[in-house]
Design a protein around this ligand. Sequence first.
Ligand code: SF4
Ligand code: SF4
Length: 416
Amino acid sequence: MEDAQKQSLLALMAEKLNQSVQMYLDNCTRCGTCIDACHAYASTGDIRYSAVGRAQNIRRLFENYHKITGKIAPWLNEAVELDERWMDRVYETAFTCTGCRRCMTYCPFGIDTQQIQSIAKALLIGADMDPKPLTMKAKAEIAKGENFEATKQKFQKELDKIRGEVSQRWPGSAKGDVVPIDVKGANVLFVSMAEKPSIVPAAGIMNAAGEKWSLSYYEAVNFGAFLGSPTMTQQIYQRIVSEAEELGVKEMVICECGTAYRIMKHVIGKRDFKVITILQLIDRYLKEGRIKLDKSVIEGRITYHDPCQIARNGGIYEEPRNCLKALTDDFVDMSPNRQANWCCGGGGGLVIAQEPEFRMMTSRVKVDQIKATGADIVTTACEMCFAQLKDLNDDFELDLEVKLVSDLVADALVVD
Ligand code: SF4
Ligand code: SF4
């Protein structure tokens, strides 16, 4: 590695070493409690993919460049040089961490391995070793925001087809536009995946509830967050925030996208609108009697996969279960579930980055968990988990139906 590049990467590392990351790097006692917590290690037995294994790469670099012990006795804590070998090693472990934070809940010191990985990701991006499919997606997303008029026109054309489907499925369910957009003073700004499968069920549900809502022009998913790029993350979320502020909405409702919810809930700071997930909205409609579901529509046992960013990192546990119990008497939880649920292995952008072999190899624990429920339908509330569960279903020949919660609710919706 050339000296100029090395110096610029070390400067990047120094920038990322905030107080909490330094604490995480300093406080690990290598007790090993987190080892079994990572689905990737639990499925493969490969120590490189354990939480402590992944973090150790960064810790050893930190030791060399930021600790006295690393300078006077580098062998003591295995200090390493920043070189090509280190970069190659860290590539395998940084972008394959899904950021599920299951390890953190098992660590006695609450060490956040995914935050430690953000240093590795920054260095990999700095060395042009980022996963290109993710970077391309993030750039395309940003370009859409920069060319707003073109985006708007293209989206309006798509919406005409979507409106047709909503009207056909639930005739007469809305007084005005069945997929409203640009509605000033709406109660809800619904941020979808900007595609039919995520818009149609939500439109059916909100129209049945008589909601005053408006569809966002932008897609919810934030590829900048998957990349670990704070600049791109901010560029992508800011235009949705501005849209909500310009319309003066009361609530921003995020479709089934875990990362989008985490960013909007925890990163954008305090705003004049509330951020909730579509699961919370549906649960509220059910409790207020604004929508009704027909329990005879969905057949077979249903189980639910808690998406890491919605559940463990977002605190949404009961709402999806309430929705599912309102449409079936045969709901069964996976074990473990809620905060302790296993990651599906597709998060952190791995589904987008296309790592099919790795994703299948590191998800054996998830597959075992699903099989043990005896379910016919596996549901979830995150598009990334949904894509991963579909791949697992095919690869492991589970012979299940994979559905999003909102889709099942829309199927069972009673519209008078
Ligand atoms: S559980 Fe915490 S302290 Fe123990 S090895 Fe893992 S990160 Fe380090
Ligand atoms: S955040 Fe999740 S994927 Fe990453 S090391 Fe921890 S348990 Fe493994």
